[in-house]
Design a protein around this ligand. Structure first.
Ligand code: PLP
Length: 491
């Protein structure tokens, strides 16, 4: 008879000890990995797929011998790249259990606990984000799949109203859908359109304002041009560079009056709703039809975790349910996780969500969001005091955009063939490279209004005022070094 095989215990213990050692040391680790991708590959050179397998702890040790130099300290307090949560220890603990329990979360008969935990986490999430309790929630890998899933539900509902069954009959010959989307929408919104046959290009791009939010006048123009057919409107809570949110109170009623399905990409910005001090930014967002948000950003769940939230649960299920005879169908009283996501077999993401929401509580989430916004403000203030540094965005949330500029400094006159903007682009690239090489903190670059700038996202749960100060000092030091190199002086 099969039984627990004690030969694996030491491999599990080894993994636990190494994980604890990593998490304890991560705050003192340089923000830049020692290894590049190529160096990591090199470490695997000569390691062939064995004909006869290694002992359990040797197989785990093989990872520990190679991987750590290639890890980036994303869970530390001075990582400000992209928009990344930091894998909270309570989420991690629940995630370990999730893997240990090994549930396939596809349906409630196979895995009742996994399905029930999603039902509970979904209820708490809707409460926290103050969205209608009748909404359905799918536990997906991230906002990319959340956007995709919501757009599939939108496509289904809009075409069903026209008497068209898109799940069965596809898009050929279907009534055309008009799509209004901001020119500043996240790339993954365009990706969702791409995956669903709606087309990245076959859209009316609505102009954005200087802060990246949608231009209401151009939106009204686009609504006027849209004709009377089915209409999909894609809005955003939290621009990936500036944190700016669309004016939901104004835009959503206009769209709904026209019968549109309104979807909101709120990968991180939707969490402003969970924070009384920031909620005004996303006022009115609850009137939308669907929302995409991340669990692995502001909520700090371990990768990967995202949520798709849909007001019309029937459309959500219709768009995502695979017709298969061997699978049990959920009754009204039950919930099959697979009916709300593209996947069938998958990880039981509800366990970690339940545990972390229990640990943080409503006030813990609110305080964390508030703290990150204040730390971002502190970072912006600390940098703006330095000559030649400009903060380009209103720091409404946790995102800071910084431009380093020779400005009118002498003698930084434009070099031959370059305009002052291009000279500054090169300066910004140089500062970013120096900051990354110094490795006190990590910040990346982005193109903003045609210019290369530094981008800082304060969103790791453990970031504290000391992290901000040390990081601001390191960034200022890098800028001073670049100025010295380029002989840029401010009088
Ligand atoms: C991060 C982000 C996404 C994509 O989310 P993933 O979790 O990476 O799939 C989409 N939209 C916005 C605004 C984001 O910030």
């Amino acid at each position: 008879m099969s039984q627990y095989d004690d030969r694996f215990t030491s491999a599990l213990q080894l993994a636990f000890d190494a994980a604890m050692q990593y998490r304890r040391g991560v705050h003192d680790t340089p923000a830049q990995p020692v290894d590049s991708y190529a160096q990591q590959l090199q470490r695997w050179e000569g390691v062939a797929l064995p004909a006869q397998g290694l002992a359990p702890e040797q197989a785990v040790q093989a990872l520990l011998d190679r991987v750590p130099p290639g890890l980036r300290a994303m869970t530390g307090g001075r990582f400000f790249g992209w928009v990344n949560g930091a894998s909270h220890p309570v989420g991690l603990a629940a995630d370990w259990l999730t893997a240990a329990w090994g549930q396939n979360a596809a349906n409630h008969l196979a895995a009742p606990a996994a399905a029930a935990a999603e039902t509970v986490a979904a209820r708490w999430l809707l409460e926290l984000l103050r969205l209608p309790p009748e909404c359905s929630v799918g536990f997906v890998t991230g906002a990319t799949m959340a956007n995709f899933t919501a757009l599939a539900a939108a496509r289904s509902a809009l075409l069903a109203r026209e008497g068209w069954d898109v799940e069965a009959d596809g898009l050929y010959g279907a009534p055309p859908l008009t799509v209004l989307v901001s020119e500043e929408a996240h790339v993954t919104v365009y990706a969702g359109l791409q995956y669903l046959g709606l087309g990245r290009r076959r859209v009316r791009r609505v102009r954005a304002q200087a802060d990246g939010s949608m231009d209401a006048a151009d939106f009204e123009r686009a609504l006027g041009e849209a004709g009377v057919g089915p209409l999909l409107v894609l809005l955003q809570a939290g621009h990936v560079n500036t944190g700016a949110c669309d004016d939901f109170r104004r835009l959503i009623p206009l769209a709904r009056a026209r019968g549109a399905w309104v979807h909101v990409d709120g990968a991180f910005g939707l969490w402003a709703r969970a924070c009384p001090g920031r909620a005004a930014l996303v006022d009115g967002v609850e009137q939308a039809d669907s929302w995409a948000t991340d669990g692995h950003k502001w909520l700090q769940l371990p990768y990967d975790s995202g949520f798709v939230i849909v007001r019309d649960a029937d459309a959500h299920r219709r768009a995502m349910t695979a017709a298969a005879s061997y699978l049990p169908a959920a009754q009204a009283a039950e919930r099959d996780p697979t009916q709300y996501v593209p996947e069938l077999s998958r990880r039981a993401r509800g366990f970690a969500a339940c545990a972390l929401l229990l640990h943080l509580g409503r006030e813990g989430v609110a305080a964390m969001v508030q703290r990150h916004c204040e730390l971002a403000r502190d970072m912006a203030d600390a940098l703006a005091r330095e000559p030649g540094v400009a903060v380009l965005n209103a720091v409404v949330l946790n995102q800071v955009l910084v431009r380093f500029s020779a400005g009118h400094a002498a003698p930084g006159a434009p070099r031959g063939g370059e305009d002052a903007g291009q000279v500054d682009d090169a300066l910004n690239a140089a500062v970013i490279a120096r900051v990354q090489a110094d490795a006190t903190c990590f910040a990346g670059g982005t193109r903003w209004h045609g210019r290369w700038v530094m981008r800082i996202s304060v969103i790791g749960f453990s970031a504290d005022p000391d992290d901000i100060q040390r990081s601001a000092d390191a960034i200022r030091k890098a800028w001073r070094a670049v100025r010295r190199e380029e002989n840029i002086q401010f009088s």
